[in-house]
Design a protein around this ligand. Structure first.
Ligand SMILES: [Zn+2]
Length: 309
């Protein structure tokens, strides 16, 4: 079947039956009004308000949206102040840090860097604006992130920039006493090394956890959380399932990382919070728990990391 015949539309609002108990999508990317969106679902966009309404209707009652490009910061904070159950994680994404630092490299993914106007702002200025905004918005910002390392998208110079930016975010999270959400793409060992060298924040989350049992053991040892997204449902990811199966239950969180990475039945289509129940049910089966117990445990851990709102 050729590419253009694939169904890339949003799954229907009732694709996943409501969950037994409320849960939180602790990492998503809600569309910010006024910004251009090019990702999955952007051809027939749903607004942040529509997405949140659909999620709440099926038991995904709280959402943390990751604003990790500078143009998304203010608009995401505004979403937190207007939409039910929404809060923000704020950061400069590792791939964004590279562009703010003026590095132009092609990584293993082979993609040209997508440089845009906002990357003219030097990285240190963006970081200091970030700190100001985090300190000024305690009603909206509940985490620093996503930050970390992404060796898929950049070369050696970019990796060095990412490392320093990661360290600055770790320091910020500790200074302001917020949890840290980590983006780790093809960089498990290096992420762990930086966290151990600098000292991880008290509440540290590996978002869209993609490691195997070895990384799960490191997380368990240090009390770091693994936030599980749609890929746990993909047939090829046996190592990930073994890792998630081995994690202490109290260190598991759940997320969508929408609009990317929908659970298996909707691969290739846009993802959203209203589909996350599929991942929650998958986790329940994987851990041998009933659905309500899984929801309750996930929500308890989410409260421990991010608090209550
Ligand atoms: Zn993300």
């Amino acid at each position: 079947m050729s590419r253009r015949h694939r169904d890339r539309s949003w799954p229907s609002a009732d694709a996943v039956a409501p969950l037994a108990l409320p849960v939180t999508d602790n990492h998503t990317h809600l569309p910010v009004p006024g910004l251009e969106h090019t990702g999955p679902g952007s051809q027939e966009p749903l607004t942040a308000a529509e997405l949140v309404e659909r999620a709440v209707a099926v038991g995904v009652t709280r959402t943390i949206t990751s604003a990790c490009e500078t143009p998304a910061w203010e608009g995401s904070i505004a979403l937190a102040r207007t939409l039910p159950g929404v809060r923000v994680a704020l950061a400069v994404h590792p791939n964004e840090a590279v562009l703010h630092a003026g590095v132009r490299e092609t990584g293993p993914d082979g993609l040209e860097p997508a440089v845009r106007d906002h990357h003219a702002e030097p990285l240190d200025e963006a970081m200091s604006r970030l700190e100001t905004l985090v300190r000024r918005s305690p009603d909206a910002v509940v985490a620093v992130g996503e930050t970390g390392l992404d060796f898929f998208r950049t070369g050696h110079r970019g990796a060095a920039v990412q490392r320093e930016a990661f360290r600055a975010h770790i320091a910020l999270a500790k200074e302001v006493g917020l949890p840290l959400q980590i983006h780790d793409r093809d960089a498990h060992a290096e992420c762990v090394e930086v966290l151990l060298a600098d000292g991880a924040p008290e509440r540290t989350v590996l978002h869209c956890f993609s490691g195997g049992p070895e990384l799960a053991a490191v997380c368990a040892e240090h009390g770091w959380y693994a936030s599980v997204a749609g890929p746990v449902t993909y047939p090829a990811n046996d190592g990930l399932r073994a890792a998630v199966g081995a994690m202490p239950l109290e260190l598991l969180l759940v997320e969508t990382d929408a609009p990317y990475l929908p659970p298996k039945p909707w691969r290739g289509r846009p993802n959203a919070g209203y589909l996350m129940g599929q991942t929650v049910r998958f986790l329940a089966a994987l851990r041998g728990l009933d659905e309500a117990t899984m929801c309750e445990r996930l929500e308890r851990s989410t409260r421990e990391v991010y608090g209550v709102w």
